[in-house]
Write a protein of this length. Structure first.
Length: 277
């Protein structure tokens, strides 16, 4: 057991590693879940638990009888209206399939709680309306399995369908910006050393968002290795925007994308743009 910031995490020793210079073994540990707040003899397993104990059968969802008698519906009503207006539910049903309701619940959970940690989703489901059939409250293990099952092809399919539904008849002014985030997980391929905007000295990855300046609608996003600087990504983004159908577009970008080569590229291809120097 390892306590961090008031939460007790359950650790599993899966091996030992010999350190020649110190001439002794050190245990190799990983976190496999967190202890239950009400019953410390119970735990909430994470994906590592499934990895090291694949034969243990875990509950997939909680019974509705365990739900709170007070359901918070305010945010649900607003999010449901947006989902229906953009036909987001139909789109996700076509792309995700039977777990599309869980996907929509995770979207709502991230918006309402400003958190994307899957282990807290069941607590959210306890006192919020859900999009899953029968309002099932899935366990954090099911959430982890579901997120791991989402493929790059589904991400691409969503972005293609989403942008195909946008208005391409009128000229679109696209605002584009990026940031980066430090990452200490050892299995993230795009996590590389680069210029960290938060000043931390560790691997990081970049992510960026493009949105319509007129109605503030997000259009597409990108994830790319932390070693790539902003100025090198601009031409890739412009080509991607054209591939999504934005052939009559203007761009608003900050000075991180300023370079002689980028200015020439945008002029040569007839893009109108505003770039802070």
């Amino acid at each position: 057991m390892n306590k961090r910031k008031g939460t007790a995490y359950v650790e599993y020793t899966y091996g030992r590693k010999y350190i020649p210079e110190k001439r002794y073994n050190i245990p190799q540990r990983t976190t496999i879940g967190k202890a239950d707040l009400l019953d410390p003899t119970m735990m909430h397993p994470n994906q590592n638990f499934v990895k090291y104990f694949p034969d243990v059968e875990l509950p997939e969802f909680r019974k509705r009888s365990k739900r709170s008698g007070c359901i918070r519906i305010g945010s649900y009503v607003v999010i449901k209206k947006i989902i229906e207006e953009y036909r987001f539910d139909e789109m996700m049903a076509n792309i995700i399939g039977k777990d599309s309701g869980l996907f929509l619940d995770l979207v709502a959970y991230s918006i309402v709680t400003e958190n994307n940690a899957g282990q807290y989703y069941p607590e959210y489901g306890n006192n919020h309306p859900l999009f899953t059939p029968g309002m099932k409250i899935y366990s954090d293990t099911k959430v982890s399995d579901f997120l791991s099952s989402v493929t790059p092809y589904q991400n691409i399919a969503f972005l293609d369908e989403w942008n195909a539904a946008r208005n391409h008849r009128e000229k679109t002014y696209i605002s584009y910006d990026s940031t980066n985030k430090s990452c200490q997980a050892g299995d993230v391929e795009i996590a590389e050393y680069g210029y960290a905007k938060d000043g931390k000295d560790c691997p990081l990855f970049n992510y960026s968002v493009a949105y319509d300046m007129e109605n503030k609608t997000p259009l597409f996003y990108e994830e790319y290795p932390g070693s790539i600087i902003d100025v090198a990504q601009l031409q890739i983004m412009l080509n991607k925007a054209e591939g999504y159908g934005y052939k009559r577009a203007g761009f608003i970008v900050d000075r991180g994308y300023f370079s002689r080569a980028n200015l020439r590229f945008m002029d040569r291809n007839g893009y109108s743009f505003v770039m802070r120097r």
